[in-house]
Ligand binder design. Structure first.
Ligand code: ATP
Ligand code: MG
Length: 556
């Protein structure tokens, strides 16, 4: 995909540019380091675009490295979904997929190195004791009674930890830094824990696992990463990151830079919370089109380019903010306006009979697939005596300024004739169930003589159209910031999904494939869902034609 012409100079781009110009950095190497404990969400897209984007821009490499140090929460299925999402966004990682667990042997050797140099020790304080010794933000911690063990003793104990001679939690390896450090991350942080857990990559090889802090920077160094970009919550970990790089015989000197997470209103961007929505059945799965996951948005009809453009536009800063959902929707609307073929689909059909149209006469009309892009060609739409239009496009007694069809009024059918309604058929309850109309045969491709018809509505032929299921999505949460609520699920929008089972789509859509995207004229953008079958096409509404978020806010 092309790099957009205007690339704003955010602070990380400036740093990398300077490093390259000053020759401090040769080849730029970045990494995207997901923990395989859930599906990726829109926040991860920001990080992916930043890391892969910078590597592309500077002719460098970006690695995909699974940060897999917590086997309790990780699964191979998440690994696969993450790879698929990165590829779908259009990025290629350099070399093969990497795993922090590839470096477990090296990390173990690094731990021994720290031990031998008197920079790490095996500590047997219980979790409660350790908490007490750690101190608080205001008060310094206290040295562990195990802190002054000799390197020899520590080596023996650490080897025992590895050999499985300690129960889970009975001992940890800690860096020996400073229990009085104002930054709590430097108060002898844990480097290794005993955990008898099967690991999705290393099986039962290990019963001790390195912590995130001990793994991340060293993995960066092993891979020759030059710029290690992470979110602001790791800012306080940077001194530890640097301390470890300084005290270990690592092959490179990566630098960590932090940027603000992406927060989006009316949704949540935390794998833990998204997992809860899935596990508790609030949504149908990680790829439910209402989810802010990459797989959910893909299923809903978002394009890779729309997400990349969105990520570029929101920028990269160090100040936390909340991005408006309408920006995301704008990005997809913009891309789909240019690329999605047009089609007609009547969401809430009402039957129209053209009384003066000959029975059994079927006319084939040719309509452009796209109003501006002729290269998309034409599609065929059939005109016949019986049609469907949308219920919402008809009123018996129209309100002022009504431009659509009404009793004793006229309207144009898009790409077809002007019709006039002279009667309605009602059911026993008094609901209008059919419109009796006539068509003006002199109005195909030209204005009627002597009068103006302003309104144009979409329609389909009754006999020829395909029955479709259309799923309309609304915001998943009622609250602008659900995560700020005591229970974020309390503000779930219970009407976030509306299923229309009897929609009628023009015949050309019978051949649509899963994932195909269309603009349904006058309605919005829709994508064919993976649950479609030969006799039932299911469409997801990606986004309506116009911004509906302003309205949402207005409602308070
Ligand atoms: P979550 O809280 O959703 O689990 P995480 O930070 O734990 O997110 P990781 O798998 O560790 O998820 O994240 C991989 C990378 O993506 C990290 O570098 C992380 O900083 C980045 N990232 C995660 N969430 C966001 C976000 N909302 N905005 C920008 N980057 C993010
Ligand atoms: Mg994380």
């Amino acid at each position: 995909m092309s790099q957009e012409a205007v690339t704003p100079a955010h602070f990380i781009r400036k740093i990398v540019t300077q490093d390259v110009e000053s020759k401090h950095t040769g080849k730029v190497i970045t990494r995207f380091p997901p923990e395989p404990n859930g599906f990726l969400h829109i926040g991860h897209a920001k990080s992916i675009c930043l890391n892969f984007g910078l590597a592309e821009e500077f002719g460098g490499d970006c690695h995909l490295r699974f940060d897999d140090t917590n086997p309790a929460k990780e699964e191979q299925a998440y690994v696969e979904s993450i790879k698929a999402d990165v590829e779908w966004l259009g990025f290629k990682w350099a070399g093969s997929v990497r795993y922090a667990s590839d470096y477990f042997d090296t990390l173990y050797d690094y731990a021994l190195h720290l031990i031998d140099n008197g920079n790490a020790y095996v500590c047997e304080l219980s979790a409660d004791e350790a908490r007490e010794y750690r101190g608080t933000l205001k008060e310094p911690g206290k040295n562990s009674p195990y802190r002054d063990r000799s390197p020899e003793e520590n080596r023996q104990l650490f080897e025992k930890m590895r050999a499985g001679e300690f129960e889970d939690g009975a001992a940890v390896l800690r860096a020996k830094i400073d229990m009085a450090a104002p930054n709590i991350n430097l108060r002898d942080p844990i480097l290794y824990r005993v955990r008898r857990l099967n690991h999705h990559q290393t099986g039962d090889t290990w019963c001790i696992y390195p912590t995130y802090d001990f793994t991340h920077g060293q993995s960066d160094a092993i891979e020759g990463v030059t710029h290690s970009l992470c979110t602001l919550e790791f800012e306080d970990h940077r001194p530890l990151y640097e301390w470890l790089i300084e005290h270990l015989p690592v092959p490179a000197q990566p630098r960590q830079y932090e940027f603000a997470r992406l927060n989006l209103n009316y949704t949540v961007t935390s794998k833990r919370k998204l997992k809860q929505l899935v596990d508790d059945g609030h949504v149908e799965g990680w790829d439910d089109p209402r989810m802010p996951t990459i797989s959910g948005m893909r299923r809903r009809g978002y394009t890779p380019l729309s997400l990349r453009n969105f990520c570029e536009r929101i920028g990269v800063t160090r100040s936390e903010g909340v991005v408006d959902m309408s920006m995301l929707e704008h990005a997809v609307r913009e891309d789909l306006d240019a690329t999605a073929p047009r089609a007609m689909c009547v969401l809430n059909p009402i039957r129209v009979v053209l009384e003066n149209y000959p029975e059994n006469d079927v006319q084939t009309l040719s309509l452009p697939r796209h109003p501006k892009d002729e290269s998309m060609g034409q599609r065929e739409v059939t005109m016949s005596r019986e049609l469907y239009i949308d219920r919402n496009d008809f009123e018996v007694e129209p309100p002022p300024k009504w431009k659509r069809l009404f009793l004793n009024g006229e309207v144009r059918l898009r790409g077809s004739y002007v019709i006039h309604c002279h009667d309605v058929v009602k059911d026993e309850a008094g609901n209008v169930v059919e419109l009796r109309c006539t068509y003006d045969e002199n109005t195909l491709g030209k204005n009627p003589e002597g009068r103006k018809v302003k309104g144009v509505i979409h329609w389909v032929s009754a006999a020829d159209s395909v029955e479709a299921e259309v799923r309309l999505y609304d915001r998943l949460f009622q609250e602008e910031n659900p995560a700020a609520q005591e229970d974020f699920t309390a503000s779930l929008n219970l009407e976030s999904l509306t299923v229309l089972r009897g929609a009628r789509a023009e015949a050309s859509l019978r051949r649509a494939n899963v994932g195909d995207r269309f603009q349904f004229e006058r309605e919005g953008y829709f994508a064919v869902d993976s649950s479609s079958s030969d006799d039932r096409v299911v469409f997801n509404r990606t986004v309506s034609l116009r911004d509906s978020w302003q309205k949402v806010k207005g409602k308070g």
